[in-house]
Design a protein around this ligand. Structure first.
Ligand code: HSE
Length: 373
Protein backbone atom coordinates (compact mmCIF):
# COMPACT_ATOMS: atom_id res chain seq x y z
CA UNK A 1 0.00 0.00 0.00
CA UNK A 2 1.40 3.38 -1.00
CA UNK A 3 -0.18 6.10 1.12
CA UNK A 4 -0.66 9.79 0.41
CA UNK A 5 -1.21 11.37 3.82
CA UNK A 6 -3.26 14.56 4.18
CA UNK A 7 -2.32 16.35 7.40
CA UNK A 8 0.65 15.91 9.72
CA UNK A 9 -0.88 16.96 13.04
CA UNK A 10 -1.77 14.77 16.00
CA UNK A 11 -3.21 11.86 14.00
CA UNK A 12 -1.22 12.16 10.76
CA UNK A 13 2.13 12.13 12.50
CA UNK A 14 0.95 9.22 14.64
CA UNK A 15 0.09 7.16 11.57
CA UNK A 16 3.39 8.01 9.91
CA UNK A 17 5.27 6.77 12.97
CA UNK A 18 3.22 3.57 13.23
CA UNK A 19 3.89 2.69 9.58
CA UNK A 20 7.67 3.05 9.98
CA UNK A 21 8.25 -0.55 11.04
CA UNK A 22 5.82 -2.12 8.56
CA UNK A 23 6.68 -3.69 5.23
CA UNK A 24 3.09 -3.83 3.92
CA UNK A 25 2.52 -0.08 3.68
CA UNK A 26 4.49 3.13 3.28
CA UNK A 27 3.63 6.80 3.56
CA UNK A 28 5.19 8.17 0.39
CA UNK A 29 3.85 11.73 0.30
CA UNK A 30 2.49 14.06 2.96
CA UNK A 31 0.48 17.23 2.48
CA UNK A 32 1.47 19.56 5.30
CA UNK A 33 1.46 23.35 5.53
CA UNK A 34 4.34 23.45 8.01
CA UNK A 35 8.04 23.01 7.35
CA UNK A 36 8.62 19.34 8.04
CA UNK A 37 11.31 17.14 6.56
CA UNK A 38 10.95 13.38 6.52
CA UNK A 39 13.68 10.90 5.55
CA UNK A 40 11.46 8.62 3.51
CA UNK A 41 8.47 10.67 2.35
CA UNK A 42 8.06 13.76 0.21
CA UNK A 43 6.41 16.63 2.08
CA UNK A 44 4.41 19.02 -0.06
CA UNK A 45 1.96 21.88 0.36
CA UNK A 46 0.25 20.92 -2.87
CA UNK A 47 -2.48 18.26 -2.84
CA UNK A 48 -2.08 17.84 -6.63
CA UNK A 49 1.24 16.11 -5.93
CA UNK A 50 -0.71 13.27 -4.33
CA UNK A 51 -3.68 13.40 -6.67
CA UNK A 52 -1.53 13.11 -9.79
CA UNK A 53 0.76 10.41 -8.41
CA UNK A 54 -0.59 7.17 -9.89
CA UNK A 55 1.64 5.10 -7.63
CA UNK A 56 -0.40 6.24 -4.60
CA UNK A 57 -3.33 3.86 -4.16
CA UNK A 58 -4.65 5.10 -0.80
CA UNK A 59 -5.26 8.53 0.66
CA UNK A 60 -5.34 8.86 4.44
CA UNK A 61 -7.14 12.06 5.44
CA UNK A 62 -6.13 13.31 8.88
CA UNK A 63 -6.67 17.05 8.39
CA UNK A 64 -10.02 17.35 10.17
CA UNK A 65 -12.65 19.96 9.36
CA UNK A 66 -14.96 19.97 6.38
CA UNK A 67 -13.00 22.07 3.90
CA UNK A 68 -10.78 21.42 2.09
CA UNK A 69 -10.94 17.85 3.46
CA UNK A 70 -14.15 17.18 1.50
CA UNK A 71 -12.80 18.53 -1.79
CA UNK A 72 -9.53 16.59 -1.41
CA UNK A 73 -11.23 13.30 -0.48
CA UNK A 74 -13.75 13.61 -3.27
CA UNK A 75 -11.05 14.39 -5.85
CA UNK A 76 -8.96 11.46 -4.61
CA UNK A 77 -11.97 9.16 -5.02
CA UNK A 78 -12.67 10.48 -8.49
CA UNK A 79 -9.04 9.62 -9.27
CA UNK A 80 -9.64 6.04 -8.07
CA UNK A 81 -7.84 6.16 -4.72
CA UNK A 82 -9.07 4.31 -1.64
CA UNK A 83 -9.78 6.41 1.47
CA UNK A 84 -9.11 6.08 5.17
CA UNK A 85 -10.20 9.02 7.31
CA UNK A 86 -10.54 9.87 10.99
CA UNK A 87 -12.79 12.83 10.19
CA UNK A 88 -16.26 12.35 11.73
CA UNK A 89 -17.55 15.75 10.58
CA UNK A 90 -16.63 14.90 6.99
CA UNK A 91 -18.20 11.44 6.92
CA UNK A 92 -21.35 12.36 8.88
CA UNK A 93 -21.95 15.50 6.79
CA UNK A 94 -21.19 14.03 3.35
CA UNK A 95 -22.38 10.48 3.98
CA UNK A 96 -24.88 10.70 1.12
CA UNK A 97 -22.18 11.56 -1.37
CA UNK A 98 -19.07 9.77 -0.23
CA UNK A 99 -20.46 6.32 0.59
CA UNK A 100 -22.46 5.90 -2.65
CA UNK A 101 -19.50 7.27 -4.62
CA UNK A 102 -17.18 4.69 -3.04
CA UNK A 103 -19.66 1.92 -3.82
CA UNK A 104 -20.24 3.12 -7.38
CA UNK A 105 -16.51 3.31 -8.08
CA UNK A 106 -15.65 0.07 -6.30
CA UNK A 107 -13.38 1.90 -3.87
CA UNK A 108 -12.69 1.04 -0.26
CA UNK A 109 -13.53 3.69 2.32
CA UNK A 110 -13.09 3.28 6.06
CA UNK A 111 -13.31 5.67 9.03
CA UNK A 112 -13.02 3.61 12.23
CA UNK A 113 -11.05 6.29 14.09
CA UNK A 114 -13.86 8.79 13.49
CA UNK A 115 -15.83 7.49 16.48
CA UNK A 116 -14.15 6.47 19.73
CA UNK A 117 -10.56 7.29 18.67
CA UNK A 118 -8.69 4.09 19.48
CA UNK A 119 -11.69 2.00 20.46
CA UNK A 120 -12.66 -0.74 18.02
CA UNK A 121 -16.20 0.63 17.91
CA UNK A 122 -17.29 0.99 14.27
CA UNK A 123 -15.39 -2.18 13.36
CA UNK A 124 -17.36 -4.08 16.01
CA UNK A 125 -20.63 -2.48 14.90
CA UNK A 126 -19.74 -3.82 11.45
CA UNK A 127 -19.16 -7.36 12.79
CA UNK A 128 -22.16 -7.18 15.04
CA UNK A 129 -24.70 -6.29 12.36
CA UNK A 130 -23.67 -9.36 10.33
CA UNK A 131 -25.00 -11.58 13.11
CA UNK A 132 -27.88 -9.75 14.76
CA UNK A 133 -30.22 -6.78 14.71
CA UNK A 134 -28.65 -3.83 16.53
CA UNK A 135 -31.31 -2.09 18.56
CA UNK A 136 -29.31 0.68 20.21
CA UNK A 137 -25.99 2.53 19.97
CA UNK A 138 -24.60 5.46 21.90
CA UNK A 139 -23.04 6.62 25.12
CA UNK A 140 -20.15 8.86 26.04
CA UNK A 141 -18.41 9.79 22.78
CA UNK A 142 -16.62 13.04 23.59
CA UNK A 143 -13.55 13.11 25.80
CA UNK A 144 -13.54 16.88 26.27
CA UNK A 145 -17.10 16.96 27.65
CA UNK A 146 -16.42 13.97 29.88
CA UNK A 147 -13.27 15.62 31.19
CA UNK A 148 -15.17 18.83 31.99
CA UNK A 149 -18.12 17.09 33.64
CA UNK A 150 -15.88 14.71 35.59
CA UNK A 151 -13.65 17.56 36.80
CA UNK A 152 -16.68 19.58 37.90
CA UNK A 153 -18.26 16.60 39.67
CA UNK A 154 -15.27 14.96 41.36
CA UNK A 155 -12.85 17.87 41.78
CA UNK A 156 -15.26 20.78 42.13
CA UNK A 157 -13.69 22.74 39.24
CA UNK A 158 -15.65 25.54 37.58
CA UNK A 159 -16.79 24.98 34.01
CA UNK A 160 -14.29 27.56 32.70
CA UNK A 161 -11.31 26.03 34.54
CA UNK A 162 -12.23 22.51 33.46
CA UNK A 163 -12.54 23.60 29.80
CA UNK A 164 -9.16 25.39 29.93
CA UNK A 165 -7.55 22.24 31.30
CA UNK A 166 -9.14 20.08 28.58
CA UNK A 167 -7.79 22.48 25.94
CA UNK A 168 -4.32 22.54 27.51
CA UNK A 169 -4.28 18.72 27.49
CA UNK A 170 -5.11 18.72 23.76
CA UNK A 171 -8.46 16.91 24.04
CA UNK A 172 -10.61 19.67 22.61
CA UNK A 173 -11.23 20.38 18.91
CA UNK A 174 -9.66 23.52 17.39
CA UNK A 175 -12.95 25.25 18.13
CA UNK A 176 -14.03 23.85 21.51
CA UNK A 177 -17.65 24.85 20.95
CA UNK A 178 -17.79 21.85 18.62
CA UNK A 179 -17.17 19.69 21.71
CA UNK A 180 -19.16 21.52 24.39
CA UNK A 181 -22.22 22.22 22.22
CA UNK A 182 -22.35 18.51 21.45
CA UNK A 183 -21.63 18.79 17.70
CA UNK A 184 -18.70 16.35 17.83
CA UNK A 185 -20.92 13.80 19.61
CA UNK A 186 -23.72 14.55 17.14
CA UNK A 187 -21.47 13.67 14.19
CA UNK A 188 -20.40 10.49 15.97
CA UNK A 189 -23.88 9.22 16.81
CA UNK A 190 -25.19 10.01 13.31
CA UNK A 191 -22.32 8.04 11.78
CA UNK A 192 -22.71 5.17 14.27
CA UNK A 193 -26.47 4.98 13.67
CA UNK A 194 -26.06 5.04 9.89
CA UNK A 195 -23.67 2.11 10.05
CA UNK A 196 -25.45 0.16 12.79
CA UNK A 197 -28.92 0.45 11.28
CA UNK A 198 -27.97 0.59 7.58
CA UNK A 199 -29.67 3.98 7.08
CA UNK A 200 -28.74 7.50 6.07
CA UNK A 201 -30.08 9.92 8.65
CA UNK A 202 -31.44 13.29 7.70
CA UNK A 203 -29.07 15.19 10.00
CA UNK A 204 -31.48 18.13 10.41
CA UNK A 205 -33.82 15.84 12.35
CA UNK A 206 -31.25 14.84 14.98
CA UNK A 207 -31.40 17.28 17.91
CA UNK A 208 -28.41 18.16 20.05
CA UNK A 209 -28.01 19.93 23.38
CA UNK A 210 -24.56 20.57 24.82
CA UNK A 211 -23.03 21.24 28.22
CA UNK A 212 -21.84 24.84 27.86
CA UNK A 213 -24.49 26.27 30.17
CA UNK A 214 -23.96 23.86 33.07
CA UNK A 215 -22.96 25.54 36.31
CA UNK A 216 -21.50 24.50 39.64
CA UNK A 217 -24.97 24.90 41.18
CA UNK A 218 -26.39 22.28 38.81
CA UNK A 219 -23.60 19.84 39.58
CA UNK A 220 -24.07 20.34 43.34
CA UNK A 221 -27.81 19.52 43.00
CA UNK A 222 -27.08 16.40 40.95
CA UNK A 223 -24.58 15.12 43.50
CA UNK A 224 -27.02 15.75 46.35
CA UNK A 225 -29.71 13.74 44.55
CA UNK A 226 -27.37 10.85 43.66
CA UNK A 227 -26.92 11.67 39.97
CA UNK A 228 -23.90 12.27 37.73
CA UNK A 229 -24.30 14.40 34.59
CA UNK A 230 -22.80 13.06 31.34
CA UNK A 231 -23.17 14.06 27.69
CA UNK A 232 -24.91 11.01 26.25
CA UNK A 233 -25.76 10.16 22.66
CA UNK A 234 -28.62 7.84 21.76
CA UNK A 235 -29.48 6.04 18.55
CA UNK A 236 -32.21 3.43 18.85
CA UNK A 237 -34.78 1.48 16.90
CA UNK A 238 -38.31 2.16 18.08
CA UNK A 239 -41.70 1.05 16.80
CA UNK A 240 -42.07 4.48 15.21
CA UNK A 241 -38.66 4.64 13.52
CA UNK A 242 -35.10 5.54 14.51
CA UNK A 243 -34.76 7.84 17.49
CA UNK A 244 -31.43 9.68 17.53
CA UNK A 245 -30.34 12.59 19.74
CA UNK A 246 -27.57 14.02 21.95
CA UNK A 247 -28.17 15.62 25.34
CA UNK A 248 -26.77 16.02 28.85
CA UNK A 249 -28.17 13.16 30.89
CA UNK A 250 -28.40 12.46 34.60
CA UNK A 251 -27.15 8.97 35.28
CA UNK A 252 -27.65 7.28 38.66
CA UNK A 253 -24.40 7.00 40.60
CA UNK A 254 -23.41 3.34 40.24
CA UNK A 255 -24.36 3.03 36.55
CA UNK A 256 -21.30 2.33 34.33
CA UNK A 257 -21.50 5.72 32.59
CA UNK A 258 -21.42 7.56 35.92
CA UNK A 259 -17.96 6.15 36.66
CA UNK A 260 -16.26 7.08 33.37
CA UNK A 261 -13.30 9.26 34.40
CA UNK A 262 -11.27 11.99 32.75
CA UNK A 263 -11.44 12.08 28.93
CA UNK A 264 -12.43 8.43 28.42
CA UNK A 265 -15.32 7.27 26.21
CA UNK A 266 -17.82 4.51 27.00
CA UNK A 267 -19.86 3.49 23.96
CA UNK A 268 -22.55 0.84 24.09
CA UNK A 269 -24.24 -1.38 21.56
CA UNK A 270 -27.37 -3.39 22.31
CA UNK A 271 -28.33 -6.22 19.97
CA UNK A 272 -31.19 -8.67 19.95
CA UNK A 273 -28.76 -11.57 20.41
CA UNK A 274 -25.74 -10.17 22.26
CA UNK A 275 -27.70 -7.82 24.54
CA UNK A 276 -25.47 -5.03 25.92
CA UNK A 277 -21.79 -4.68 24.98
CA UNK A 278 -19.86 -1.62 26.09
CA UNK A 279 -16.56 -0.33 24.80
CA UNK A 280 -14.36 1.75 27.08
CA UNK A 281 -11.18 3.51 26.06
CA UNK A 282 -9.33 6.53 24.77
CA UNK A 283 -11.61 8.41 22.40
CA UNK A 284 -8.87 10.79 21.27
CA UNK A 285 -5.11 11.29 21.25
CA UNK A 286 -2.27 10.62 18.79
CA UNK A 287 -1.52 6.93 19.15
CA UNK A 288 -5.01 5.62 20.05
CA UNK A 289 -6.52 7.40 17.04
CA UNK A 290 -3.63 6.51 14.71
CA UNK A 291 -4.01 2.89 15.87
CA UNK A 292 -7.50 2.71 14.35
CA UNK A 293 -6.35 4.51 11.18
CA UNK A 294 -3.65 1.86 10.88
CA UNK A 295 -6.24 -0.90 11.48
CA UNK A 296 -8.31 0.52 8.62
CA UNK A 297 -5.27 0.49 6.31
CA UNK A 298 -4.71 -3.17 7.24
CA UNK A 299 -8.39 -3.88 6.53
CA UNK A 300 -8.01 -2.25 3.12
CA UNK A 301 -5.10 -4.59 2.40
CA UNK A 302 -7.47 -7.49 2.99
CA UNK A 303 -10.09 -5.95 0.69
CA UNK A 304 -12.46 -4.70 3.37
CA UNK A 305 -14.37 -1.60 2.32
CA UNK A 306 -17.20 0.27 4.02
CA UNK A 307 -18.98 -1.25 7.03
CA UNK A 308 -22.54 -1.53 5.79
CA UNK A 309 -24.45 -0.92 2.57
CA UNK A 310 -25.63 2.63 1.98
CA UNK A 311 -29.18 2.68 3.32
CA UNK A 312 -32.41 4.57 2.75
CA UNK A 313 -32.68 8.21 3.81
CA UNK A 314 -34.69 8.51 7.02
CA UNK A 315 -35.67 11.25 9.44
CA UNK A 316 -35.20 10.65 13.16
CA UNK A 317 -38.43 10.20 15.10
CA UNK A 318 -37.96 11.47 18.65
CA UNK A 319 -41.44 11.05 20.06
CA UNK A 320 -40.29 8.96 23.06
CA UNK A 321 -40.79 10.70 26.41
CA UNK A 322 -38.27 11.43 29.16
CA UNK A 323 -38.23 13.47 32.34
CA UNK A 324 -35.92 16.50 32.24
CA UNK A 325 -34.06 18.69 34.70
CA UNK A 326 -34.47 22.28 33.46
CA UNK A 327 -32.81 25.40 34.88
CA UNK A 328 -33.67 28.73 33.32
CA UNK A 329 -37.40 28.41 32.64
CA UNK A 330 -38.51 31.52 34.53
CA UNK A 331 -41.02 32.59 31.85
CA UNK A 332 -43.47 29.93 33.04
CA UNK A 333 -43.58 28.21 29.64
CA UNK A 334 -43.00 24.81 31.26
CA UNK A 335 -45.53 25.30 34.08
CA UNK A 336 -47.87 22.70 32.56
CA UNK A 337 -45.26 19.97 32.64
CA UNK A 338 -43.39 20.86 35.85
CA UNK A 339 -43.67 17.88 38.17
CA UNK A 340 -41.10 18.75 40.88
CA UNK A 341 -39.09 21.72 41.98
CA UNK A 342 -35.35 21.44 42.78
CA UNK A 343 -34.39 24.88 44.20
CA UNK A 344 -34.14 27.08 41.11
CA UNK A 345 -34.80 24.28 38.65
CA UNK A 346 -37.66 21.99 37.76
CA UNK A 347 -38.08 18.34 36.94
CA UNK A 348 -40.62 17.86 34.19
CA UNK A 349 -43.20 15.13 33.80
CA UNK A 350 -42.28 12.90 30.82
CA UNK A 351 -42.13 15.03 27.65
CA UNK A 352 -41.03 14.01 24.17
CA UNK A 353 -37.39 14.49 23.29
CA UNK A 354 -38.51 16.41 20.22
CA UNK A 355 -40.70 18.81 22.23
CA UNK A 356 -37.97 19.44 24.82
CA UNK A 357 -35.39 20.28 22.17
CA UNK A 358 -37.84 22.58 20.38
CA UNK A 359 -38.43 24.37 23.70
CA UNK A 360 -34.65 24.68 24.21
CA UNK A 361 -34.26 26.34 20.80
CA UNK A 362 -36.63 29.06 22.02
CA UNK A 363 -34.80 29.30 25.40
CA UNK A 364 -31.08 29.12 24.52
CA UNK A 365 -30.11 30.45 27.96
CA UNK A 366 -31.55 27.39 29.71
CA UNK A 367 -29.70 24.22 30.72
CA UNK A 368 -31.45 20.88 30.29
CA UNK A 369 -30.48 17.36 31.27
CA UNK A 370 -32.59 14.27 30.66
CA UNK A 371 -33.05 11.84 33.51
CA UNK A 372 -31.82 8.45 32.28
CA UNK A 373 -34.58 5.92 31.64
N1 HSE B 1 -12.46 16.56 20.64
C1 HSE B 1 -12.75 15.15 20.57
C2 HSE B 1 -13.01 14.65 21.99
C3 HSE B 1 -11.60 14.43 19.93
O1 HSE B 1 -12.79 15.41 22.93
O2 HSE B 1 -13.43 13.52 22.15
C4 HSE B 1 -11.90 13.07 19.41
O3 HSE B 1 -12.92 13.06 18.47
Amino acid sequence: MRIGLLGFGVVGRGLYELTQTRSDMQVVKVVCLEDVTLPDAQVTRNFQDILEDDSIDTVVEAMGGLHPAYEFVRAAMEAGKHIVTSNKALVASFYDELIPLAQEKGLMFRCTAAVGGGIGWLSEVERSRRAQTITRVGGIMNGTCNYILDSMTRLGLTYADALSQAQALGYAEANPSTDVEGIDTWHKVILSSNIAFGISLNTDTVPVAGISRIGAEDVARFTEKGYVCKLISTGKRTEDGFSVYVQPTLVKAGEPESAVPSNYNLITLVGNTSDRMSFFGQGAGRYPTAYNVLQDCIDLLSGKGFYSPYGEKVSAVNSGKLRYYVRGCADGSLADVAAESWEGAIITAPVSVEAMHLWLKEHPEAFIAAIAE
